[in-house]
Design a protein around this ligand. Structure first.
Ligand code: HEM
Ligand code: HEM
Length: 218
């Protein structure tokens, strides 16, 4: 066995911050704390946009093109095991599903209103029909996102029972590999991603965040 670095610092931060952000988004919505919901929403949007950019310019294991496999390759990996470093063949479909569900949730949220006081920042530009549809989508898509999260955690537990310590790798960045002696670098320094994240989050807060931020900190 030797240890190999599979996840860079940005991917790991992205993952665990995303978990915290989604929990915050759920509880703030349930409690009607819309200002917190909006700021956490802009934070999540900045995280996801940075992750997608990092999927083009980032580490080898972060690349979006590394997520694309034929259904036949998935069946083969499920029957014969997966030698791939980074996301497994089947898991790649889960990751793509998450990115799409999160984008739908975030974009529909921008056009959703609570019908009392708070409008998403794009509500003023959309017709009332579109706003109604976006609100419906924001509720229904959250259910799908919720089921996807359950499935994701169940899959990780099943891999653990089969001996694959995926969570440890997502925390430390390192995976233990039996048959891989290559010295190829799979990860890059996360700094470029961190700078992109800060710039995108600041831009979102300056365009749409003034009101909720002032409310939260006063
Ligand atoms: C809000 C809940 C969650 C969401 C939305 C979520 C989403 C994701 C996403 C999008 C990825 C792909 C990472 C990337 O390439 O950027 C991922 C991977 C991963 N997640 Fe989660 N996750 C959640 C909760 C959890 C929890 C609770 C655990 C631990 C039990 C976990 C463990 C992992 C692991 C180990 C991977 C790497 C899988 C692999 O090796 O291919 N996730 N998750
Ligand atoms: C991944 C990100 C997001 C998640 C997980 C999320 C989740 C939720 C949930 C669970 C609800 C409550 C739905 C219900 O009661 O059934 C909700 C409501 C709401 N969300 Fe989000 N949301 C996200 C992003 C956003 C964003 C970016 C905005 C706008 C800036 C937004 C605006 C709203 C509004 C206005 C409501 C109130 C709807 C109502 O009262 O019926 N959300 N969100």
């Amino acid at each position: 066995m030797h240890k190999i670095k599979v996840w860079d610092g940005f991917i790991r931060s992205f993952h665990w911050l995303l978990v915290i952000a989604i929990a915050t988004l759920y509880f703030s919505a349930e409690e009607g704390m819309m200002e917190l919901h909006f700021v956490a929403g802009f934070f999540t949007l900045a995280l996801l946009l940075t992750r997608l950019i990092w999927g083009v310019i980032g580490s080898k294991t972060a690349k979006l093109t590394a997520l694309i496999h034929s259904p036949r390759a998935v069946l083969k990996s499920l029957q014969h095991g997966d030698a791939k470093l980074g996301h497994g063949t089947a898991g790649s479909y889960m990751v793509i599903a998450f990115f799409i569900l999160l984008l739908v949730q975030l974009l529909s949220g921008l056009m959703t209103t609570d019908d009392i006081l708070t409008d998403g920042p794009l509500v003023q530009y959309a017709s009332s029909q579109v706003v109604e549809w976006a609100g419906w989508l924001h509720h229904k898509n959250f259910d799908l996102l919720f089921y996807a999260i359950i499935l994701h955690v169940v899959a990780i537990v099943i891999y653990r029972l089969k001996g694959k310590k995926l969570v440890k790798a997502m925390v430390t960045g390192y995976a233990a590999e039996k048959n891989n002696d290559s010295n190829e670098e799979l990860t890059k320094s996360p700094w470029a991603a961190i700078i992109i994240f800060v710039v995108v989050f600041a831009a979102l807060l300056m365009t749409w965040g003034a009101e909720p931020v002032v409310y939260l900190f006063s």
